[in-house]
Design a protein around this ligand. Structure first.
Ligand SMILES: NC(=O)c1ccc[n+]([C@@H]2O[C@H](COP(=O)([O-])OP(=O)(O)OC[C@H]3O[C@@H](n4cnc5c(N)ncnc54)[C@H](O)[C@@H]3O)[C@@H](O)[C@H]2O)c1
Length: 350
């Protein structure tokens, strides 16, 4: 099976690339290499005869046509996107261009390629999206996002992802393009770019710096270990029913404050401070505008139809993650110099 993975030099895309190659698939990683990309993420498979890299921008339709013609994929896993909510508040234009127009270009390039090949049923276009398209949930634990939850995006990022989801469904209904979609909760794990909460907390803690918590830390997320997510994505891409979407969650709801305390406790054990506990560094900072209160996934469909469940609890996944950052300073240290890293972004609309 030949997979074309867009955004394969990013956090989740690289986990998909590494797992797919390990399972014997041929993989083409198509990525523009933005600030969020890192080819070191795919170093473990870079020398495999199953792996190829294609630098291309999904905003460039001609480049996509050429990539489809050259690589002739059986399945597309489309992950390339601008992904950081705080950056979308400061500069929404890139999110519109890449997440909406870029997805449109991908759909058109895929449609042209699929039609020229005689519209094979076996072809799949898997669009990877987020639970943030569903908006914000109340605290009531009995209320979760299902695949039928109405879209209610509230940030430029989630609005751009919602728009891309609608385009994918429209290309399925209108042109018959064989698509599947998935909407997942917050991912964490190895190779996570150090602008997102968990790597920021680990690396600030190691440097003895403040651990910033937005607002009062009560926002709830359903944490999904990235390698579990990659496993689910390969399953949805290959076995998901055409035209269907699947919610993918970690079954691990935690407040941000609980999450940070768990990371601190792991660090206290693995790399104790000279004096005090890491939790002493916790600092509450101004909240993100429009910060969604709670996301939680109802995993019934993917469990019932595809037999998938996450393999780790958030405590197990965080232990693996913290150990990985402790052992891979050569990976994260150079990223601290990238544009915007270490700065407070998305504080307020100007
Ligand atoms: N990280 C999460 O918790 C999360 C949760 C839900 C959904 N998602 C979705 O999963 C996907 C991957 O997220 P991630 O966290 O790995 O993102 P990431 O920011 O780590 O990686 C994105 C990758 O896409 C590439 N890219 C960006 N713009 C591009 C363009 N115009 N052309 C080609 N490549 C481009 C980047 O170079 C980078 O390698 C995204 O679609 C995101 O919306 C992420």
């Amino acid at each position: 099976m030949k997979l074309l993975v867009t955004g394969g030099a990013g956090f989740i895309g690289s986990a998909v690339v590494r797992l797919a190659v390990a399972r014997g698939h041929q993989v083409v990683n198509l990525d523009a290499l933005t600030y969020a990309a890192n080819l070191a993420n795919v170093a473990p498979v870079a020398d495999s005869p199953l792996y190829a890299f294609q630098q291309a921008d999904i905003r460039d339709r001609a480049a996509l046509d050429a990539a489809f013609a050259t690589h002739q994929p059986d399945i597309v896993l489309h992950l390339a996107a601008e992904s950081h909510v705080d950056r979308s508040i400061d500069g929404p234009a890139d999110f519109i261009d890449t997440n909406i127009t870029g997805t449109f270009n991908m759909l058109e390039a895929a449609r042209k390629y699929w039609q020229a090949a005689g519209r094979p049923d076996s072809f799949r276009f898997h669009h990877v999206s987020t639970d943030e398209v569903f908006g914000s949930l109340p605290a009531d634990p009995s209320v979760q996002f299902t695949e039928a939850t109405a879209y209610d995006p509230r940030s430029p990022y989630s609005a751009s992802k919602a728009a891309s989801d609608h385009l994918v469904r429209a290309w399925s209904e209108t042109y018959g393009l064989p698509v599947v979609l998935s909407n997942c909760s917050n991912n964490y794990g190895p190779y996570h770019f150090p602008e997102k909460l968990i790597p920021v907390v680990i690396l600030n803690a190691l440097a003895g710096r403040a651990l910033p918590i937005y607002g009062d830390g009560s926002n709830i997320r359903d944490w999904l270990y990235v390698e579990d997510h990659a496993d689910a994505l390969l399953l949805v891409a290959t076995k998901g029913a055409l035209g269907r979407s699947y919610n993918i969650g970690g079954e691990n709801e935690r407040t941000n404050l609980q999450l940070v305390h768990t990371i601190c406790a792991i660090l206290d054990r693995l790399r104790p401070r000279d004096t005090g506990a890491y939790a002493d560094l916790i600092t509450f900072v101004t909240d993100r505008p429009g910060h969604d209160a709670r996301y939680a996934i109802d995993p019934t469909r993917i469990r019932a139809e595809l037999g998938w469940r996450p393999s780790v609890t958030v405590e197990e996944g965080l232990e693996r993650t913290v150990r990985w950052y402790l052992e891979n300073e050569a990976w994260w240290r150079p990223l601290l110099g990238r544009q915007g890293v270490g700065q407070r972004l998305g504080r307020a609309a100007p």
